[in-house]
Design a protein around this ligand. Sequence first.
Ligand code: SF4
Length: 458
Amino acid sequence: MKISHAALAEKFIADEPRTDWHDDTLWFVREKRDKAAHGLPEWEQLREWGSQIKDHTLSNLSNYLKEFEEKAKANGIIVHWAGDGDEHNKIIHTIIQKHKIQKIVKSKSMLTEECHLNDYLQEKGIEVVDTDLGERIVQFRKEAPSHIVLPAIHLKREDVSETFHEHLQTEKGNNDPQYLTEAARQHLRDKFVQSELAITGVNFAVAETGGFVVCTNEGNADMGAHTAAVHIACMGFEKIIPKAEHLAVFLRLLARSATGQPITTYSSHFHKPRPGQEMHLVIVDNGRSKQLGREDFRNSLKCIRCAACFNTCPVYRRSGGHSYQTAVAGPIGSILSPNLDMKANADLPFASTLCGSCTNVCPVKINIHEQLWKWRQVIVAEGYADSTKTIGMKTMAYLFSKPSLYRFAGKMGRRMMKAFPFMTNNKFNVWYKQREMPKPPKESFREWYLKNGKINRK
Ligand code: SF4
């Protein structure tokens, strides 16, 4: 059975200094994003355009996907369609087998995480090297990325030093970032040279041109794709945008929202294979059609995976990405995951304060907190909510509908809490675990108001 988000979050916050550091680091990224966004007077206009372009594209998705496929094929790209993660993995494996390849490099792609591609290929004896620095660190540690933009953000430099000492034989205890980065650079350079096949993700696929754009800050996607004889790019079908001119909106929104940079260091445009190279593109559904059909949740497919909603979320910042156990964590992950498996991810929409900060920062104006609230209703209606929660809510609803019973229960409750404080201050009360429970009041608000309200009205 899947461990709950709450249980894993409890484990994460047991290390208080690390939790504070994680919280502060992500808040620093959020502040960088604010500074970059406020530096552009047209920021709100860009958000509005981004949102409208995505809305329009989702409403005309089949046309744009067809147009994209035609243009991409005409450019010499081999296009594949995958209904789910398994099909996506099989397509990639077939290409690898055809070329009799044993070693491949892969740049960051949350879609391949979603499809569990690494595990699939490694089980078949193929070496997959993640070339994004953060992803390589977590790959060494046999962990999943904890953040979609900063995969190793849960780790401190001492952890990285320890990991590199074990896997790259760096000097023990040397935590110098430049030294560690240089070691990773030398290690990855060999992998790039040896690899014959490179896998990349796709940030934007342009219907008008049949080309696609991959954004990285390390240049690792380019390095892989430019040295390998075969390039496979993988994309969820929502990555499509109609025209090349729309990139001017999305590239500005993405870089600022993700890291507060004015532009991502490498925004590489791929249109066709270079002479002698083979280029494949795998377009994946994996539950996206289903989400498109859910009226309340369809616009979650507008997401450009910037992670601004992660960095601002008070729950994500203090529970860590691994507590979500999904490829995409944070607020948007809590909307996408119940679509894939409602039962397994029923607790995620409840991992939110519904403060709305995620909605405020989202560059494509997804109403994230409203969708989280909506998912809660669906999950309760479908019977997937925790039974203690549903019983508690039903009891409260009954009490609220019977004023005299409510008043009687309140009076009894106050007396019991006074006489037997352990009734509320015990290990079964989750609120008590991290808090000092207040003393029960002498009277209810109603009793107080009946006395004092009259005085004030005189
Ligand atoms: S939901 Fe919005 S803020 Fe969150 S990752 Fe997607 S685009 Fe960024």
